[in-house]
Design a protein around this ligand. Structure first.
Ligand code: FAD
Ligand code: MLT
Ligand code: ZN
Length: 489
């Protein structure tokens, strides 16, 4: 723990309480208003890998309250961790020591929606799924979708620059976010919402610095984002394939066959598929066959267009073409909404199923598509050689699964162990980052650096880039009170 930060006392709690409109907006073990168990969901991360020792959770109800709390912490030198839905996967959203947890969940209104331009302005703490449901009632869609949509917040999505399942179609948040409102570390409110303009070339585009800044330079309180029209026809197909070579060929074929209606192209290996099926069965789901012929790999293809019959025809044509050319072993096309969702589950349930299999070491890598799967094979070889992983089972590593967003060149490797410990971590890291660096890839395609990858940024960025980032951090937060020990060390 850095001695630069003040140790919170009961008198700080009294002061902070006075800044908030509702007594329930502050919970603390210091004044007995909460127990350690009450604070556990805010101190433990989604993977149960990182455990903070925060004694105070503040949940402001207005932007002004966020500003007052930050000004107080700035003046007193109190370290703060901004927290959204706490679904981040790199230990960024929980304290490392006793940082004050500033949770945005009470700031959750939709401020405005312009039906003509599709421009939405929303509070940072609004839940992604809630916002998307609201947009659906206007015939629009949020340009980001991910497995944690039921809990993650728009502010958290922007702070991590989340990629998700449809980046292929809607692009990154760096393109769709039009403006941000941010409370700076000293409490200043920066209104960068800017009237939702699509075009504005007056100086540096400051909002871009906050997108993906992981809570280290400001608290995002409001977001203006461009939302596209919701496709009126959505369809999905899942194919089983014999090899990773075939996955790449199917990707190329799919792009030329489906053109502008392609909205997602995801892949997962046999091990990931088996894991999800096993957990579905353990969860009591009926054990029905999905494919006549199962494969070494699977791809999920989603279309989003405006004419159901037209899209179905295209998807059916693609399926036939792939079968004729022996690129796939089998394929299932969703026949109705229920099947649409159950096919998506085969992909979306991978993180949750991995979590049920043990303590998961998660890697989130960008490498050229042809190289992607070789990284999973290298990890399997390394962990087998170390004796930690046994193909036949019985090793400390229970599963090694590969999946991800092929269309974005983003591979996920999940290594499920009996528990998190230094012996296992030493075998995996920094080796996994070395093999990524050898391909000039990125050690974080979408989950961010957090605490997990902060020491390893040098595998993806040169010293000049790191120095520039340190100067940005220093400029916004010279006292270093926002999300310390993470991101840029
Ligand atoms: P948190 O986890 O609370 O915070 C994440 C980081 O942002 C922390 O550093 C925190 O300090 C900071 N932060 C949060 N809110 C704010 C704010 N208002 N202002 C400033 N900083 C803030 N990610 C992907 O990119 N693609 C995926 O497909 C994907 N799928 C996922 C599926 C599952 C099942 C899970 C559990 C996670 C997944 N993620 C994915 C991880 C992803 O980072 C988060 O789900 C999401 O973007 C984080 O939002 P959150 O509100 O939970 O943020
Ligand atoms: C995903 O693509 O499912 C997410 O990034 C989450 C994960 O990999 O755990
Ligand atoms: Zn992902």
């Amino acid at each position: 723990r850095s001695s630069a930060f003040a140790q919170l006392t009961e008198s700080n709690i009294t002061d902070l309480r006075a800044l908030l409109s509702a007594p329930t907006s502050l919970m603390s073990t210091l004044d007995g208003s909460a127990s350690e168990d009450d604070l556990r969901p805010f101190n433990d991360d989604w993977m149960n890998k990182y455990h903070g020792k925060g004694q105070v959770v503040v949940k402001p109800k207005t932007v002004e309250e966020v500003s007052k709390v930050m000004k107080y912490c700035w003046d007193k030198g109190i370290a703060v961790v901004p927290q959204g839905g706490n679904t981040g996967l790199v230990g960024g959203s929980t304290p490392i020591h006793d940082e004050l947890i500033l949770n945005l969940s009470n700031l959750n209104s939709i401020r405005s929606f312009d039906t003509v331009s599709g421009t939405l302005t929303v509070d940072a703490g609004a839940i992604l799924e809630t916002v998307d449901n609201e947009l659906a009632s206007h015939g629009h869609i949020f340009p980001l979708d991910l497995g944690a949509k039921g809990s993650c917040q728009i502010g958290g999505n922007v702070a991590t620059n989340a990629g998700g399942l449809r980046l292929l179609r809607y692009g990154s948040l760096h393109g769709s976010v039009l403006g941000l409102e941010v409370v700076l570390p000293d409490g200043t409110i920066w209104d960068g919402l800017g009237g939702g303009l699509r075009k504005d070339n007056t100086g540096f585009d400051m909002k871009q610095l906050f997108i993906g800044s992981e809570g280290t330079i400001g608290i995002i309180t409001g977001i203006t984002i461009l939302t596209p029209k919701r496709p009126s026809a959505m369809n999905v197909a899942v194919f089983s394939l014999p090899s990773y070579e075939a996955v790449q060929k199917v990707y190329t074929e799919t792009k030329s066959h489906l053109g502008e209606i392609l909205s997602a192209f995801e892949f997962f290996d046999k091990q990931a598929y088996d894991l999800v099926r096993r957990h579905q069965k353990e969860g009591g789901e009926a054990d029905r066959k999905v494919f006549e012929t199962e494969g070494e790999f699977y791809v999920l293809v989603e279309t989003g267009g405006s004419k159901q019959e037209h899209d179905e025809e295209k998807l059916q044509g693609l399926l036939e073409n792939l079968m004729e050319n022996d690129l796939i072993l089998d394929g299932v096309l969703a026949q109705d909404t229920t099947q649409y969702h159950s096919l998506w589950k085969l992909r979306e349930l991978i993180p949750e199923s991995a979590g049920k299999s043990g303590s998961v070491y998660k890697y989130d890598l960008s490498v050229p598509v042809p190289k992607m799967y070789s990284l999973v094979e290298k990890m399997r070889a390394r962990l087998s050689e170390s004796g930690l992983f046994k193909e036949e089972g019985g090793g400390r590593i229970r599963e090694i699964v590969g999946y991800g967003h092929i269309g974005d060149g983003n591979l996920h490797i999940n290594i499920c162990a009996d528990k998190y410990d230094a012996e296992i971590e030493k075998v995996i890291e920094p080796y996994v980052y070395e093999i990524v660096a050898a391909e000039r890839g990125s050690i974080s395609a979408e989950h961010g650096l957090g605490v997990m990858k902060a020491p390893y940024i040098g595998y993806s960025k040169d010293q000049t880039s790191i120095d520039l980032m340190r100067r940005v951090k220093q400029m916004f937060d010279p006292k270093g009170i926002l999300n310390p020990y993470k991101f840029i060390l």
